[in-house]
Each structure stands twice: as structure tokens, then as C-alpha cells.
Write a protein that binds this ligand. Sequence first.
Ligand code: SAM
Length: 485
Amino acid sequence: MFNYNPKSLKAEEFINDGEIRETLAYAEAHKNDRAMIDEILEKARPKKTGNGWNCAGLTHREASVLLACDDPEVIEKIYKIAEEIKLAFYGNRIVIFAPLYLSNYCVNGCVYCPYHLKNKTIPRKKLTQEEVRAEVIALQDMGHKRLAIEAGEDPKNNPIEYILECINTIYSTQHKNGAIRRVNVNIAATTVENYRKLRDAGIGTYILFQETYHKESYEQLHPTGPKHDYCYHTEAMDRAMEGGIDDVGLGVLFGLELYKYEFAGLIMHAEHLEAVHGVGPHTISVPRLKRADDIDPDQFDNGIDDDTFAKITACIRLAVPYTGIIISTRENETVRGRLLNMGVSQVSGGSRTSVGGYAGYSADERPHDTEQFDVSDQRSLDEVIAWLMDYGHIPSFCTACYREGRTGDRFMSLCKSGQIINCCHPNALMTLCEYLVDYASPATKEKGFAMIDAELEKITNPKVKEIAKKNIEDIKNSNRRDFRF
Ligand code: SAM
């Protein structure tokens, strides 16, 4: 008999191996049960309420049944509902960010990551504050407003004080009309006290990928270093929330373990956060294992093809409708384009995964020496922005929610209220306008201004529409920036 308890604070109880195995057996047994599948799809579909939308989401068992189903007709329905959910809660906006690698010093032994301690071929680098400033200026000059900072785990080289100092440097660097307004943080699992310090430093989302939910594999994949401790790592989000961080981001590194196991674990983790803290994950990332310095993805047995990857992403969208889904430049343009229609709400653009990869390099030059993994989508930010608009997505540089205190459950309430069209939508248009005026190429500008004009008309509240129009004129005609609802 297994011990599954989403409210437990013990990793092995809320991510219970027995429950996952039962779930997989249940999903396999019901994957051709059309009556059950139709019922699950109906539950997942967004329902119109008085002034907004409501979506029930799915349990890990229900979502696992959909993931197990191979019927092409059902898969098409899953994709369609994923898109409906995305449009109901996020509209056609896609939030833009870039990673900023601070240091690749690391004491862990992760066998899939080139930053592992035993890798003697990769040069080690840690940015000085001057270098952080230079990177931030380069990122601002591309047009970025939102970063995800990344660092290896190394208490001597990258202590929490170093991370805090970098965050402070990032927020205080102002260049021309540029500003980084939200810093998300992807650093190793740490203590409640350190999470509190990150909260006080004004971070956005704390992101930590689980890598794999399978405990035995986890321990083999992380043979040495502090990250070896499965429970400490898996319970990190509870400590982060205890430390006052409202927005946390989950993720699995697909390719390490069997994807159905990972999927069930991921949704159970989301259920656990909801059960204990009253709010689910702010985001879920879906990274796939990539080639890197001394890492060959072909040495791992559990790689997934593009169709399976799309199905996983769409099933996540159905299971946790209010959670943002992030897709990075690990994926190429074709895969990213496909997933944008299946519920993805955030993408990175113009990314470099090396330490010090932005400053001093032109758009088509990229240093590989300290890179964490190969980047598949190597387009510039301007190209990504133009491409998004070509497919009807509004690129959004908005960071208003957390700066207005709309984090955790308050963000979720906004999502459900139907007021996105009068809040996030105009914010997206105003921040897109900033991008166009300050950084875009002439061709992107032309597309963007036409999109803004058309999208302004969709705002339903006349007062909001009037203010948004006025602010957009101000952005075009002055250096006034950072308007937000
Ligand atoms: N060091 C931090 C930790 O311990 O969680 C996280 C920062 S790490 C720079 C960010 C993420 O990159 C890791 O959590 C891992 O999932 C991912 N990653 C590592 N090696 C990778 C590879 N070869 N391909 C794709 N993603 C990789």
C-alpha cells in the first residue's frame, strides 16, 4: 500500500512512486475508453462564466489518461482545447524573456549538464558586477525587460550574497530607455532564509527544474554534490513559498526518464502546491535534453520525439490551465511555432547560454566556450518578435503583475476574471510599443504598429481603451515609458 498525500510536506509522500505507478497502469487500462476520455475532455474545456472563464483543470490521473491515448482524433481534440484554454486565459499574448548566465562554477555531478564538477574541458567563468552591467546593457539594447538569471551551485564561488548583488546590479542598471523590470531566478535549491533574501531582493519567479521525479534515477543522475539529495531538491518550492516567494516555476528535463512518469510527477507537484499553499505553480517549463560540451543526448535512452513533446505540452495546458508554460530556445523555430498554438505563454528570444554571451558580440556571433547547451533557435530578438506577430501573437514585455502585487493567487484571480482584455492586453500593447519605438527594425516596426492599432480596438472598457491609446501616443512621441494597468 502506498502513502499518497498531496498535503504532506515530505517529497516521497506528495510525489509518491506507488501512486505514479498506479496512475500509469490506470492510464494504460483506460487509454481507449472513449466514454471516459470524452468526459475528461469535457471537464478540461474552458466554460464561459458571467464575466470571465472558468476551467476545472485535470487531476494527474485524468491528464495521464489523455497522455496515454494514441487515437489521432483525440489528440487533435486535446490540441484544440489547449489552444482554447490559452486564448481564454492569456489571449494572444506571448511573454518574452532572456536567460542571463552569471556563473558556471558548480560543485554538483549532474551527468547531463556540462557544468558538472568533473568537466575539466569547459572554461569556468563568473561575471564581475561590471560584466553583469555590460550584459544587462546588451540585453536592454536588444529590447529585453525580463530576465531569468542562471547559475551553477557553488557555495564558495556563487554564494547567495553574489546572486543578491547581481540582482541589485541588474535592477539598478539603466541605459537609454532600457530597464530590466523583472528578474526571475533559476538557482539551486536553498534554505528558507535564502529564499526570503531573494524575495526581499524583488525577484519575480523562483524557477527550479526537478529534472526527474523518479527518485532512483534522480540519485543516479546526480551522483555527487548537494543536488544529490532528492528530498531537499523536491521540497524546495515549499521552502521558497515559506520564504514568501509567491510565484514558483516547475519543470522536468525531458529525456532523462520515461515521460509518462515525469508527467504524472509534475502534475502531482502542482497539486501539492495548490493543496498546501492554495496556489499552484506560476509557470511550468518544458526543457528537452540538448547536446553540450561533454554531453551527448544520444547516450540517454528516454529522448522524446516532437509529436510526443507537443502532446505533453498540450496535456499540461489542460491539467493546469492557469499556469504559464515556458518554451526556451532549446527548441527550434518549427517546434516553437507549433507549441505556441498549444498553450505556451512565454518564450525566450535572442538567448545566449554562455557566461558573458551578450556584451561585445553581434547578433550572428555567439561564443560557445562556456555554453550550457546548444541553442536551436538562434534568431535575433527582432526576428522572433516579427515572427510572433506574423502568426497573430502579441509579443509582450509586460512585467506589471508582480510590480502591482498581483502574484500568487491574486494573479490567478485576474486570470479567471475575464479582465485580461482590459489589463494584460493593453499592458502588452504598451510594452510592445516601447520595444518598437526603442529597438525594432523598420520592418518589425511597421508590422507592430499595425498590430497595435488593430488590437487596441479589442479593448472592451472605453476608459481603458482611451488611456491605452493616449499612453501609446506618449511612448511614440516622448521618452515617457513604463505605463501600466
Ligand atoms: N544550477 C541550478 C540547479 O541546480 O537547479 C539551475 C541552473 S541550470 C543553469 C538550468 C537548467 O538547465 C537545469 O535545471 C537543467 O534542467 C538544464 N540543463 C542542464 N543541462 C542541460 C542540457 N544538456 N540540455 C538541456 N538543458 C540542460
